[in-house]
Design a protein around this ligand. Structure first.
Ligand code: CAA
Length: 387
């Protein structure tokens, strides 16, 4: 048979990776989803499995133990994992699109040589920007970094909150200010190892993505070697937001995977369940709803893949990334809500696994820049383009 044109213009490598992740997600993650959700704990075997499959260093250079694959590959991995478990998906997403990328883009060769192989092998990364008093207003952070007199180390003190992966993480990217009088131009990025003294003050109990850890961290006069300043002093704000622009495409990928996962489970159920002498899903009212949601998922997917390709091409993708994240979160919530309705009482119970998608979908509008922040970002571009 002649080979079909590649769907979404994926390369052969991207399709192969997507198919192998799909298998891993269904066979390895699938059986553990509810157990982990109920325990509010990620199974260490799943994290190890992600490393063993090479899914924790997707874009990292092979010299540093990675796969050297495309950014779109990372998005496909996040999407496939989210179809089965959005909690596992975000663990992989933060590690790849935020942590590894900061090292790859901004760290010195010394820091890359030291940390990227560890982040490829078995050390989990986390990204600590938010604080109790600075969420959407991220650059209002107050965690301080004070350089020692001899210049050999910084002392970090402050509180970080909403830190994804932090319960299991070994390596933390911590944003702190070296000069609060400089406003956001004092923000710097540090590589902090858990053993340097990061203390977990609280593990949040959440509505959704419950197996993914979210903690409050105390940094109580932690000494960090001066060479662990990542990039330049005062440039941390730029690193943070530029990486978040990319990361937002990752969350869009998580949301379309989630939407598709909920949709697939529920439609299958509705086509099997019989009422009034026929499958519920064959009623015209149901068919129309399926079509509406399927169209919206496809539109969100195209926005997401397009933003990913723009990024790969080196074009400006900030507006498209914000659109992809904003819209995919809306679609995910709608798809997961409809999926519960289509499966009726069974969708509302834990038996079908559908209700979890709805709980998990709610985070899409909150993290890595809330929906309002995405709309403001898009708005800035619209104003610029029309003035
Ligand atoms: N891309 C690149 N640069 C940007 C930018 C963007 N999207 N938005 C702002 N900037 C730059 C500006 O150019 C400016 O820099 P210069 O002075 O060098 O030109 C600087 O940032 C300040 O700009 P503004 O005054 O316009 O920005 P602000 O202070 O009003 O807000 C912001 C900026 C904090 C970035 C805000 O728009 C934002 O995105 N808030 C959300 C923060 C966020 O995403 N947090 C996620 C936490 S991490 C997380 O959730 C991960 C996880 O655990 C899953």
């Amino acid at each position: 048979l002649p080979s079909l044109p590649s769907l979404y213009a994926l390369t052969e490598e991207e399709e192969m990776l997507r198919d192998s992740v799909r298998k891993f997600a269904q066979e390895v993650v699938g059986p553990k989803v509810y157990e982990m959700d109920e325990a509010e704990q990620m199974d260490p075997a799943i994290i190890k499995g992600l490393f063993d499959q090479g899914l924790m260093a997707i874009e990292t250079d092979p010299d540093h133990g990675g796969a050297g694959a495309s950014f779109t590959s990372a998005i496909l991995v996040i999407e496939e994992l989210a179809k089965v478990d959005p909690a596992v998906s975000v663990l992989c997403d933060v590690h790849n699109t935020l942590v590894n990328t900061v090292f790859r883009k901004y760290a010195s060769k010394e820091l890359q040589d030291k940390y990227l192989p560890q982040l490829s092998a078995d050390k989990l990364g986390s990204f600590s920007l938010s604080e109790p008093g600075s969420g959407s207003d991220a650059f209002a952070l107050t965690t301080k970094a004070t350089k020692s007199e001899d210049g050999s180390y910084y002392t970090l003190s402050g509180t970080k909150s909403w830190v994804t992966n932090s319960f299991e993480a070994d390596i933390f990217l911590v944003f702190a200010t070296v000069d609060s009088s400089a406003g956001y131009k004092g923000i710097s990025c540090f590589v902090v190892e858990k053993e340097m003294g990061i203390e977990i003050a609280k593990k949040e109990q959440k509505l959704g993505i419950r197996a993914s850890s979210t903690c409050v961290l105390n940094l109580d006069d932690i000494k960090v070697p001066a060479e662990n300043l990542l990039g330049e002093e005062g440039k941390g704000y730029k690193y943070a937001i530029e990486i978040l622009n990319e990361g937002r495409i990752g969350i869009a990928g998580q949301m379309i995977g989630l939407a598709q996962g909920a949709f697939d489970k529920s439609v299958k159920y509705a086509l099997e369940r019989k009422q009034f002498g026929q499958a519920v899903g064959l009623f015209q009212g149901m068919q129309m709803q399926f079509s509406e949601v399927a169209t919206e998922i496809e539109a969100a997917r195209l926005l997401t893949y397009n933003a990913a390709r723009l990024k790969e091409e080196g074009a400006n993708f900030t507006k498209q990334a914000a659109m992809a994240k904003y819209y995919s979160s809306v679609v995910a919530q709608k798809a997961a809500g409809r999926a519960i309705e289509w499966a009726g009482g069974m969708g509302y119970t834990r038996e079908t696994g559908i209700e979890k998608y709805w709980r998990d979908s709610m985070i899409g509008k909150i993290y890595e820049g809330s929906s309002n922040i995405q709309l403001l970002t898009i708005g800035k571009f619209i104003t610029k383009e029309h003035s």
